[in-house]
Ligand binder design. Structure first.
Ligand SMILES: CC(=O)SCCNC(=O)CCNC(=O)[C@H](O)C(C)(C)COP(=O)(O)OP(=O)(O)OC[C@H]1O[C@@H](n2cnc3c(N)ncnc32)[C@H](O)[C@@H]1OP(=O)(O)O
Length: 437
């Protein structure tokens, strides 16, 4: 049988084998968006309709913030990409204590990282990380963040695990689960549909997120993605449409999946977002969730590791948590980044930083940290502390205590300097970020 292509049919380039040899990383443009969306769906095993792409995906992407790789020898197919959302993140502010001002700073939120099957394992991720971090450094962007599909991927590029999170499950009796008696009983909150809540949420978020370390600013396109929910939209597991409860200082969005057993109702609540920026909001939102009729379990995938729920419940054992890494952070430009937050206590410490992937950060720096800000200047002085750039990234928001990295053998130095630096970097409560990206 002949294998020659039929003259009336186009060559089937999709079956062309990957080209051998190096493939360059290039900037992407608007013309790459269709291929980008197609490759992302294949790489992350999902699919969305063309209508959803037009309504949400294309508005969220800025192709000019993407780099990628095309294999011209294999039919010019897009084989790798990595993008950035230009968002803002709340960093610890003046002293980092409750009620003290925090500050929102631009961050490069790295996202949409994928290498097409067939082109993996030949260094394309590494090449894209190289191109992206060089660009960020040249453009003066100080901090990059990401949420990783797999935890082993990004440490080698200097990212440290900065905001962990808990997967939480609360099993309760459904009969007014008790709060500590010293906590005043909150007024009940009204339940809203997405259509009713949507006009209220973005401005509430804009007011609250800058008061909570680790929270991201949400541009209108991100809100459009969060709120692209019909009021009769069920999830894949039979969860009913999202409902909302709103407080002046917080809100919660959740689905309820009805479940009936012979012994009675056992409906499940799944929290999609919960934000509480004051104790009153925290108590009112949890009272609302725990009093939802017929429900017996509440699960939430993004609880802060310092969430005070166990301290509110009379029976803290109702809460089961499973901790995992969540947001990873990379100090792209060490001296610029050090100036972007306030520190819990003053510290003057010389650190010897290893940064094999971004050598411009390597070497000895005198860190001069104050509650109102900090600086890092090059020094020839003896190092008090030796650490990797990923360790500094992990501790930068207060989410990983320096003492833990010392205990793990990752960070070494003079005990007094370690204690001083650890206190300066710490925050009273660990940062939280209620979303992945
Ligand atoms: C921020 C985000 O978007 S996270 C999403 C990441 N993307 C995905 O998970 C989608 C599916 N997976 C993929 O597309 C690819 O497998 C990728 C992007 C994870 C890896 O791409 P590749 O081009 O194969 O990576 P590359 O060959 O450059 O390897 C880079 C390094 O990572 C290592 N590595 C590759 N895959 C993995 C993994 N799953 N876990 C841990 N390490 C890995 C390699 O061994 C290599 O290490 P080295 O440089 O120290 O020798």
């Amino acid at each position: 049988m002949s294998t020659a292509p039929h003259p009336d049919r186009p060559a089937v380039t999709a079956f062309a084998a990957p080209s051998p040899g190096p493939l360059p990383v290039v900037p992407l443009t608007d013309a790459d968006v269709d291929d980008l969306i197609e490759m992302d769906q294949l790489s992350f095993n999902y699919s969305v309709s063309r209508a959803y792409q037009d309504r949400v995906t294309r508005r969220l992407l800025d192709p000019l913030r993407f780099v990628g790789v095309r294999d011209h020898g294999a039919g010019n197919v897009l084989v790798a990409a990595s993008g950035i959302y230009s968002w803002g993140m709340t960093f610890p502010g003046d002293g980092g204590g409750p009620g003290t001002p925090a500050a929102v700073h631009p961050v490069a939120a790295v996202t949409w990282v994928a290498v097409r099957t067939g082109w993996r394992g030949r260094g394309l991720l590494r090449a894209m990380m190289r191109a992206q971090l060089d660009q960020l450094h040249d453009g003066g962007e100080a901090v990059a963040i990401l949420t990783a599909s797999e935890p082993g991927l990004y440490g080698r590029y200097g990212y440290g695990s900065a905001i962990p999170r808990n997967r939480a499950e609360i099993a309760h009796s459904g009969h007014g689960t008790g709060f500590q008696p010293t906590v005043p009983t909150p007024a009940p909150l009204r339940e809203l549909t997405t259509r009713e809540a949507a006009p209220l949420l973005p401005s509430l978020w804009d007011r609250l997120a800058p008061t909570m370390t680790g929270h991201l600013s949400r541009p209108p396109a991100a809100w459009a993605a969060f709120l692209d929910i019909d009021d009769d939209d069920e999830d894949d597991r039979g969860g009913r449409a999202i409902r909302w409860a709103i407080h002046p200082d917080g809100f919660v969005g959740y689905r309820i999946r009805p479940e009936w057993e012979d012994s009675g109702p056992k409906h499940e609540v799944t929290v999609s977002q919960l934000v509480a920026a004051s104790p009153a909001a925290f108590v009112a939102l949890w009272r609302h969730l725990l009093d939802l009729p017929l429900t017996r379990t509440i699960s939430w995938g993004s609880m802060a590791i310092d969430d005070p729920l166990p301290d509110l419940l009379v029976n803290p054992r109702l809460l089961r948590t499973n901790r995992a890494d969540h947001v990873w952070l990379r100090l792209v430009d060490l001296p610029r980044a050090i100036g972007l937050r306030g520190y819990r206590a003053p510290a003057r410490v010389t650190v010897d930083v290893r940064d094999t992937f971004c050598p411009w950060n390597s070497g000895r720096w005198l860190l001069d940290l104050e509650t109102t800000g900090g600086s890092a200047v090059r020094t020839d002085g003896a190092a008090d502390v030796v650490l990797d750039i990923a360790d500094l990234g992990a501790t930068f928001l207060g989410g990983t205590p320096l003492a833990r990295l010392v205990a793990a053998g990752r960070v070494t130095g003079d005990p007094t300097a370690l204690a001083t630096l650890g206190l300066a970097l710490s925050t009273p409560l660990a940062p939280s970020c209620p979303e992945g990206f």
